[in-house]
Design a protein around this ligand. Structure first.
Ligand SMILES: Nc1nc2c(ncn2[C@@H]2O[C@H](COP(=O)(O)OP(=O)(O)OP(=O)(O)O)[C@@H](O)[C@H]2O)c(=O)[nH]1
Ligand SMILES: [Mg+2]
Length: 219
């Protein structure tokens, strides 16, 4: 497959091609995951130039389907709050405006999410990931959750930890009842990627594009 990675001038106007959007907080591993599922084919560094870092990066597969690496929302180290707000607005506008999105992949840091969410709840606030997950559902974007960085979770704690991950998203535990929605993965070790790729195949078929399943082969 041929992959063309680029930063579009105006992401809202850019393309009529079907898209799969990758959304999630900063640093959860959106770009790493895109790199992993394309077996390194996607050049995820294109967005890393100063000034364009916080803009969506498009990875066009065979000129037919676009994987959109949206900028990370929420806290970003060393980035002014005003800018963080602008990024969030851009993401919401993007998800509200575009009508060529097949579905969304909501990437979370499975290791860090429970504690972050529990901290927000103690302050009486709705965790931002729960808000985003609900928004994606309401918007009809049929989100699939990539619970990334599972290599950082102690195996003996895994089940209990994943229950807290789904709770952070507003879903009821046990997490195993969400096996068609929540996929524990590690972009670093490759764990869980086969199941995640199979889910992507199923989703593009469901979205009426069986021809795109070839982009997500498991070998
Ligand atoms: N241990 C571990 N680290 C990971 C994994 N995936 C990504 N990382 C690391 O997490 C950091 C962030 O990864 P990125 O892929 O840049 O995250 P991102 O969501 O694209 O971040 P932004 O573009 O800033 O929003 C990097 O240091 C990665 O090496 C994983 O599965 N396990
Ligand atoms: Mg990134």
């Amino acid at each position: 497959m041929a992959i063309h990675s680029y930063v579009p001038e105006d992401p809202l106007e850019e393309t009529e091609l079907p898209e799969i959007v990758f959304v999630g907080r900063s640093n959860v591993g959106k770009s790493s995951l895109i790199r992993a599922i394309t077996r390194g084919g996607a050049d995820v560094r294109v967005g890393k130039r100063p000034g364009v870092t916080r803009w969506p990066v498009f990875h066009e597969l065979d000129g037919e389907l676009v994987l959109v690496d949206l900028p990370g929302f929420g806290f970003m180290k060393g980035v002014p709050r005003r800018h963080q707000e602008r990024v969030k607005d851009l993401i919401v506008e993007y998800l509200e405006t575009k009508d060529n999105i097949l579905f969304a992949v909501h990437v979370v840091d499975a290791k860090a999410l429970p504690e972050i969410a529990e901290r927000w709840e103690r302050r009486g606030e709705i965790p931002i990931d729960r808000e985003m997950f609900q928004f994606l559902n309401e918007r009809g974007l049929d989100p699939i959750v990539a619970a990334n960085k599972i290599d950082k979770i102690k195996p003996v704690r895994f089940e209990e930890h994943m229950d807290r991950v789904v709770e952070a998203l507003g879903l009821f535990p046990p997490w195993r009842q969400w096996l068609d929605t929540v996929f524990p993965v590690s972009a670093k070790t490759g764990e869980g990627l086969v199941e995640f790729l199979e889910a992507l195949q199923e989703r593009v078929r469901k979205a009426g594009h069986p021809e795109f399943a070839r982009f997500f082969r498991t070998r």
